[in-house]
Design a protein around this ligand. Structure first.
Ligand SMILES: Cc1cc2nc3c(=O)[nH]c(=O)nc-3n(C[C@H](O)[C@H](O)[C@H](O)COP(=O)(O)OP(=O)(O)OC[C@H]3O[C@@H](n4cnc5c(N)ncnc54)[C@H](O)[C@@H]3O)c2cc1C
Length: 384
C-alpha cells in the first residue's frame, strides 16, 4: 500500500501531524504501537500548561501564539473543550529566570502581563501562601490543555478527512527508497510513502536512523492531591496554573480540575530512564516531598493523596525541540526532543511538519530547532 505520508507514533505530535496532512487532502497513514491516548509515553495525565510567555527562550512566543489559534480552531471543528484559560503565575525571586525570562519575553512581544508583588499576590490568591521577597509574572492568557482530549480531537479530525490509523502496530524499521520511504512493522507488513514523519516521542532515539541527536529520556512523576472535604476544593477550582521556583525545588501545578484533584510535579527529576524498562510504580518517598511543597503553597490542598503517574521527558542538551527535515534523508521529517515543554505546541507542530513534508518549507521560524544542530557543532572547528 502506498501513501503520500506515513506518521510513526500517534501521540501528541503524531495525531496533530495526521490531522494537518489529512485536512490538506493527502493520503496519510498513522502507525502507533499502543492504543489511542495510552499512558506509557509523554502525553497523558489530564493536564498540560499552556502559556505564551516563555522564560526558556522568547523565540517560542510566536509558535505559542499560532498554537493557541489552532487549538481554538480544533475546538470549533470537533466540538471538544481542549484549552481552559485560568491565568498563570511564574513565581520566584525577582531575578530568577522563571520570573525575569517570562517578563522579558512578554515585554519583547507585547504580551499581556502583570508583575505582582507579595502583597498583591496575597490579596488575589488568599488560598495560596507566598513568601516575603517573592514576585510573580502573571500571564492572563495562560491555562491548561487536556492532553488526552487534544489527541482524541486531532484523531477525530484526521479520520474525518480520510486519514488511516493503525493502533497496536509497532514500526520495526524504515528506509529511504529512490521514490520516498519504506516502513516495516514488527509483524512484517510493509508500507510505502512519498514522505515519512517520525514523532516517536521517547522512542525517537531508537527509530530515527542516523540522526546523531543526543537525546536523554527522563522519568518524571505527576501527583494528585485533594483537600479533606469537597467544600474546600471549590476555591481551588479557580486557581491559576503556576510554576514556582523555591529553595525546596522547582515545581509546577494546576488548579483542582474535573474532581480529580490538584496536580503537582517537580519540573525535572534528572532520573535517566529507558522507555522500555522504566519503573512505572511510584514509591511513598517520592510522594512526601511533593506533598510538603503543596502544603506550604496551598495549605489544606494535600489532605488526601489521590495517586501518581509516571511520564517521560525526551531531552535535548539545550532543551530546545528537534524539528526539521532529517539531515540525511530529504523525504523524512523529524519532530522530537520536546524536553518536557512540548505539549502546548502540538497543534502548531502538526502544521509545521505537514508544511515540511508536503511543501518542503514552512513559514514558521524554526531554524533554532534544526535536528542537525548538535552534529554540526561537533564538526565545526573549535576556536580558542
Ligand atoms: C510529566 C510531564 C509534564 C509535562 N508538562 C507539560 C506542560 O505542562 N506543558 C507542555 O507544553 N508540555 C509538557 N510536557 C511535555 C509534553 O507533554 C511532551 O513534550 C509531549 O507530550 C510530547 O509528545 P510526543 O508526541 O513527542 O510524544 P508521545 O505523545 O509520547 O507520542 C509518541 C508516540 O510514538 C509511539 N511510538 C514510539 N515508537 C513507535 C514505533 N516504533 N512504532 C509505532 N509507534 C511508536 C509511542 O507509543 C507514542 O504514542 C510534559 C511532559 C511530561 C512527561
Amino acid at each position: 500500500m502506498s501513501f503520500d505520508a506515513i506518521v510513526i507514533g500517534v501521540g501528541g505530535m503524531g495525531s496533530a501531524a495526521l490531522a494537518h496532512i489529512a485536512a490538506r487532502g493527502r493520503r496519510v497513514l498513522g502507525l502507533e504501537r499502543f492504543e489511542p491516548m495510552h499512558g506509557r509515553g509523554s502525553s497523558h495525565g489530564n493536564s498540560r500548561i499552556f502559556r505564551r510567555t516563555y522564560f526558556l527562550d522568547a523565540r517560542y512566543v510566536a509558535l505559542a501564539g499560532r498554537a493557541y489559534e489552532l487549538w481554538r480552531e480544533l475546538e470549533g471543528q470537533t466540538g471538544e473543550s481542549l484549552l481552559t484559560v485560568t491565568g498563570g503565575l511564574m513565581l520566584g525571586p525577582r531575578e530568577h529566570n522563571i520570573v525575569d525570562g517570562a517578563l522579558r519575553s512578554a515585554q519583547e512581544h507585547g504580551l499581556a502581563h502583570e508583575l505582582l508583588d507579595v502583597a498583591e499576590l496575597r490579596r488575589r490568591y488568599p488560598s495560596m501562601r507566598f513568601r516575603e521577597g517573592e514576585v510573580a509574572l502573571y500571564e492572563p492568557t495562560a491555562g491548561y490543555l487536556r492532553p488526552e482530549a487534544c489527541i482524541g480531537a486531532h484523531l477525530q479530525h484526521a479520520i474525518a478527512h480520510g486519514a488511516q490509523v493503525r493502533f497496536g502496530t509497532s514500526v520495526a524499521a524504515w528506509e529511504a527508497t529512490p521514490n520516498g520511504v519504506r516502513v516495516r512493522t514488527s509483524e512484517g507488513e510493509v508500507f510505502d510513502a512519498d514522505r515519512l514523519i517520525v514523532t516517536a516521542g521517547a522512542w525517537l532515539g531508537r527509530i530515527a536512523n542516523d540522526l546523531e541527536l543526543p537525546l536523554v529520556v527522563e522519568r518524571q512523576v505527576m501527583h494528585w492531591f485533594a483537600p479533606a472535604h469537597l467544600a474546600q476544593a471549590e476555591p481551588l477550582e479557580s486557581l491559576p496554573v503556576y510554576i514556582v521556583a523555591r529553595d525546596e525545588g522547582r515545581i509546577y501545578g494546576f488548579p483542582y480540575v474535573d474532581g480529580e484533584g490538584v496536580k503537582l510535579a517537580y519540573y525535572r527529576s534528572f532520573a535517566k530512564a529507558d522507555p522500555e524498562t522504566v519503573d512505572r510504580t511510584v514509591r511513598p518517598e517520592e510522594v512526601e516531598p511533593v506533598r510538603d511543597i503543596l502544603e506550604n503553597l496551598i495549605p489544606g490542598a494535600s489532605a488526601q493523596y489521590r495517586g501518581s503517574k509516571v511520564c517521560l521527558y525526551t531531552l535535548t542538551p539545550d532543551e530546545h525541540f528537534a524539528i526539521g527535515v532529517h539531515p540525511k534523508y530529504d523525504a523524512v521529517v523529524i519532530a522530537g526532543g520536546f524536553s518536557g515543554h512540548g505539549f502546548k505546541f502540538c497543534s502548531v507542530v502538526g502544521e509545521i511538519v505537514a508544511d515540511l513534508a508536503l511543501d518542503g518549507q514552512t513559514r514558521h521560524a524554526i531554524a533554532f530547532l534544526a535536528p542537525d544542530r548538535f552534529a554540526r557543532k561537533e564538526r565545526e572547528p573549535q576556536t580558542a
